[in-house]
Design a protein around this ligand. Structure first.
Ligand code: PLP
Length: 393
């Protein structure tokens, strides 16, 4: 492809963060302040996040990853050995690994081929007397039908922890994910998510007891109440350990980025929406299944733009990805489903036949670049490369 004498365009990565002067200045301010670990900025970030959700009183617990947040939520809910937790096979391993951290077992469910979210109508068949919780994942940033999930949970006495790593800001019936009424919702600020702190996450809950436990377990099992109670009376060296906790706190360096990323989130969302709409329009005549949009009036966060090759495409998924790479476009596959991975497959005796929709989707999916730092010219480059890779002008 490089016979021409035209200068080759630089490689367009699959994802890039957008960090500006405000984030940089806030990080520098943190570095100069002498308080670089969890402190005043992490606290401000938690309050700003609650305000963003439109519920200043909701509990927001800043953590160093969404994985940590999911783990803390399951721990606080008392999930343990002998318990089962239901989730989708079409997700990142973090969604399920936290269940194993607690010694509980994962029960995987296939996807709805339209939304690529967990197949709601297969959840009930997966419930056993040992089932304790459901972890829905808002795949790519399209909301799971939480009203249906919460209804199933209520009828069977199950807890619900939303993996909202993709879903900021996503709405369902005009309500932001995070405020749907599940036991807890966890967001990710990993480098390629819709806003980033490098590494980071937020555990959101209206359950004061859950929040209290998660705050204690976030930092070594230190009981803050005891700490606060005693610091007033005795020198500040005193603290009490009430459980073998974890080291999951978010640093102020990370929170400094988060404060400004959160402010920019509405503008980020607009840019993502515009790119998604351009792709939907420019790729509509190709042998592709384009991703579903949010229902009228709702928001899709467009964390990922996932294409599926249709049956009449003349290339395989792997050839398609190779052609995109040859034209300098990075892409990825979300996900190699859990039932394909040696650990999950062997532990639960899983086969592809058990998850026909996820398997079919997996064999055809390609995630193309969609991020706020892309220029319009770069979006058009992706459009042209996708068209050419499928043999269209
Ligand atoms: C990114 C991601 C996570 C993990 O987020 P971290 O902040 O990296 O721990 C969990 N679940 C899904 C679906 C993700 O995409």
């Amino acid at each position: 492809m490089s016979h021409s004498s035209e200068p080759k365009l630089p490689f367009l990565p699959f994802a890039l963060p957008e960090l500006g002067e405000e984030e940089i200045a806030e990080v520098v301010d943190t570095l100069r302040s002498g308080w670089i670990t969890t402190g005043p900025k992490a606290k401000r970030f938690e309050q700003a996040f609650a305000d963003f959700l439109g519920e200043p009183q909701i509990e927001c617990i800043a953590v160093n990853s969404a994985t940590a947040g999911l783990h803390l939520a399951l721990e606080a809910l008392g999930i343990g050995p002998g318990d089962e937790v239901i989730t989708t096979t079409h997700t990142f391993t973090a969604t399920a690994e936290v269940v194993r951290y607690m010694g509980a077992d994962v029960v995987l469910v296939d996807i709805d081929p339209k939304t690529m979210n967990i197949a709601i109508d297969q959840i009930e068949a997966a419930i056993t007397p040992r089932t304790k919780a459901i972890i829905p994942v808002h795949y790519a940033g399209l909301a799971v039908d939480m009203l249906a999930v919460l209804d199933i949970a209520r009828r069977h006495g199950l807890k619900v922890v939303e993996d909202a790593a993709h879903a900021l800001p996503t709405t369902l019936e005009k309500e932001l994910i995070g405020t749907m009424g599940s036991n807890a919702t966890v967001f990710s600020f990993y480098a390629n998510k819709t806003m980033t702190t490098g590494e980071g996450g937020m555990l959101v809950t209206r359950d004061a007891e859950l929040a209290k436990r998660a705050r204690v377990m976030r930092l070594h099992g230190i009981n803050r109440d005891a700490f606060d109670r005693f610091t007033a009376k005795v020198p500040s060296w005193y603290y009490e350990i009430v459980a073998p906790g974890f080291k999951y706190n978010l640093t102020d360096i990370a929170a400094a980025m988060g404060l400004h990323q959160l402010k920019r989130l509405p503008a980020f969302q607009q840019r993502r929406e515009a790119i998604a709409q351009r792709y939907l329009e420019a790729l509509s005549d190709l042998p592709l299944i384009l991703p579903p949009q949010a229902p009228e009036g709702d928001v899709h966060s467009w964390h990922l733009f996932v294409l599926r090759l249709s049956d009449d495409a003349e290339v395989t998924r792997d050839e398609f990805i190779e052609r995109l790479f040859e034209s300098g476009i990075g892409c990825s596959v979300h996900y190699v489903p859990l039932h394909q991975h040696p650990y999950w497959k062997e532990r639960y005796g899983l086969t592809a036949e058990m998850f026909p929709q996820s398997q079919k989707a997996y064999e055809r999916t390609v995630t193309i670049p969609l991020y706020t730092a892309m220029t319009d010219a770069q979006v058009e480059r992706v459009v042209a490369a996708v068209r050419a890779a499928l043999g269209f002008a």
